[in-house]
Write a protein that binds this ligand. Structure first.
Ligand code: BTN
Length: 259
């Protein structure tokens, strides 16, 4: 059983407690365990490092000390048709938070945070959840950002694909302050989603530098599509126009583009 090194109470409607660990397998995995086995909800788990961090498509997410590795386990009042917007909401909240340190990023649908200047991957978001009879049981918003790390902390194959805030800006960020600001932003955007629905979140996502307007390749479980990324749908899916002018709504897939 991993040892909690610190518990902090916070003033937030979404989550009231932060559990901070030294080293665990994955904050998303432990959050799910706390929800299902201990019946907890409304908390955050952060850790100094993860030994088995989870990325999209079952990939391993390298998580050495110095990065921000955290998961919010929440149960917001949310119509089930808005749940697909939550990865975008989390991305927008993360971008707003990073702006406080003048960090400029770009968003790659659905969940990648890239450094604006060189398009290397800076962070990612993994939202998991459970819906029962169209009612939301829980959401786990997993956020990973390479912050105070040096590139040498990562494995060789990753070193020319990713970057860290320290490598780009030569600054160090206090991860406790970052978490506090992040929770504030996430709560703010959930308030907007609950009150005004999908459009303000889609619009906020679109005002950040992003892949819309770019020629992209999207690999889905069924097929590969080539075309222009043109919009984000009401439920958070990517709309592309293929080169024979067909519109496709992409619900899941891996996207790449040329720099
Ligand atoms: C991606 O593949 O882009 C998503 C990566 C998400 C990584 C974060 S780190 C904190 C949280 N815990 C995990 O195991 N994964 C997410």
């Amino acid at each position: 059983m991993p040892r909690i090194i610190k518990t902090t109470m916070i003033d937030s409607k979404l989550c009231s407690k932060i559990f901070h660990f030294n080293k665990i397998r994955s904050t998303n995995e432990l959050a799910r365990e706390y929800i299902t086995k201990r019946q907890l909800i409304g908390f955050v788990i952060t850790t100094i490092s993860q030994s088995s961090g989870k990325g999209q498509k079952e990939r391993i997410w390298e998580s050495p000390p110095g990065g921000f590795w955290g998961s919010l386990a929440i149960k917001p009042e949310l119509d089930s048709h808005l749940i697909g917007l939550t990865p975008l909401l989390t991305a927008v909240a993360t971008v707003e938070t990073l702006k406080l340190w003048n960090i400029e990023v770009m968003l790659k649908w659905p969940n990648d945070i890239l450094m604006k200047s060189n398009k290397k991957k800076l962070g990612g978001i993994l939202v998991e959840g459970k819906v029962l009879q169209s009612s939301l049981e829980y959401l786990i918003l997993g956020i990973g950002i390479n912050i105070n790390n040096t590139i040498t902390q990562y494995s060789n194959p990753l070193r020319n694909k990713i970057t860290t805030i320290y490598e780009e800006y030569k600054i160090r960020i206090d991860l406790n302050i970052l978490l506090e600001k992040l929770i504030y932003q996430i709560e703010k955007y959930f308030g907007i989603l609950q009150k005004d629905g999908a459009d303000p979140i889609r619009n906020a996502w679109k005002t950040v530098d992003n892949i819309l307007g770019m020629d992209v390749t999207v690999r889905t479980p069924e097929k590969e599509y080539y075309g222009k990324a043109i919009d984000i749908s009401k439920d958070g899916h990517l709309i592309i126009e293929t080169f024979n002018l067909e519109r496709k709504v992409i619900t899941t897939g891996t996207l790449s583009f040329k720099i």
